[in-house]
Design a protein around this ligand. Structure first.
Ligand code: ATP
Length: 301
């Protein structure tokens, strides 16, 4: 059944790998009851007309661009590589990026053996580079007027220089420990990526559109809640202005009286930015106490 005559909104997510847990947890936090017990290709959502298609990450851009799925969660790197490939083949690569999801962050970088004396981008000209992302690498080469000899690998890219397959690699990096463990150093960062929610270009039926209209604010709510904190503290009344100024991205605070204390108040605030230990220390210096920073599960409005 193609996505257009299926009453359920079909969303492609990675079956297993770096994006799968976060993708599933995003939907669970949006209130979707997902039946993943038997790990089939399609997992129905019990309480909404949605089905999740569990596939390889690299298949997701094509499934959305060809209209087999209405939505998908995929890394920008996979999406961009696939779109470039389609463009080069003269095929359409249509999709809408609904939003960036703030997980799956990584960078695509060129790395060379540690002993190489790297002299800048031009010294990469003519090198044999192993990568899963030949289109993104070639685009970088074109932008800098250099050419690579490509060695396309779908896995274990980092061992290519050691076994004599390539001079260097172009691969995804998040912490850099895999590179280090393989005696490689990062010399050029060519692309930065995060997971994204993408949508097919085809128009949705009214029912699917309604489902999407319910789902999207929930996704935004989960993303916003993830970064936000609920902060409660007791503050000296005469320092209230300075205290509120220290709270990053906070909305209008709630100020409440404290029993049998005229000089102090309770302040409750939702802060939409990272709340650092340093800020707590500064608040303490202003005379605040009972400072509590709590996670927020859901947010709307
Ligand atoms: P497939 O599901 O097609 O096998 P894959 O081999 O790219 O995909 P993963 O290694 O699980 O699968 O990576 C999935 C995505 O996770 C990447 O495309 C990228 O967007 C993101 N990612 C985040 N950090 C990293 C990292 N350090 N290394 C690789 N991918 C990362």
């Amino acid at each position: 059944m193609s996505s257009t005559d299926n009453p359920r909104l079909r969303i492609a997510i990675q079956k297993s790998g770096r994006l799968s847990d976060e993708s599933q947890s995003l939907f669970k936090r949006c209130g979707l009851k997902i039946n993943l017990a038997d790990r089939k290709l399609l997992a129905h959502v019990a309480n909404m007309p949605i089905e999740l298609m569990l596939v390889r990450s690299s298949d997701i851009p094509g499934l959305v661009m060809d209209g087999v799925c209405d939505l998908g969660i995929v890394g920008d790197n996979t999406l961009e590589e696939h779109a470039l490939e389609r463009q080069l083949m003269g095929e359409s690569a249509d999709f809408n990026k609904v939003c960036s999801l703030k997980f799956g962050g990584c960078r695509l970088s060129i790395a060379l053996p540690e002993e190489v004396d790297y002299q800048g981008i031009s010294s990469l000209d003519g090198l044999r580079i192993a990568t899963t992302y030949p289109r993104l690498l070639n685009r970088f080469g074109d932008q800098h007027g250099i050419k690579f000899e490509l060695c396309k690998l779908n896995g274990s890219v980092e061992v290519a220089p050691r076994v004599g397959l390539a001079d260097g690699i172009c691969d995804l990096v998040s912490t850099g420990t895999t590179l280090e463990a393989n005696g490689l150093k990062e010399v050029e960062q060519i692309y930065t990526s995060k997971a994204a929610l993408i949508q097919a270009k085809h128009p949705l039926t009214e029912q699917k559109q309604q489902t999407l209209n319910t789902l999207l604010p929930r996704i935004q709510g989960v993303l916003k809640a993830r970064e936000s904190k609920y902060i409660m503290l007791h503050a000296p009344k005469d320092k209230l202005h300075d205290v509120v100024a220290l709270m990053p991205g906070s909305e209008t605070p709630t100020v409440l009286p404290l029993a049998e204390r005229d000089d102090r108040v309770a302040v409750h605030v939702v802060s939409t930015e990272t709340f650092f230990w340093e800020t707590m220390e500064q608040l303490k210096e202003l005379g605040c106490n009972s400072i509590l920073v709590m996670p927020i599960e859901k947010m709307m409005g």
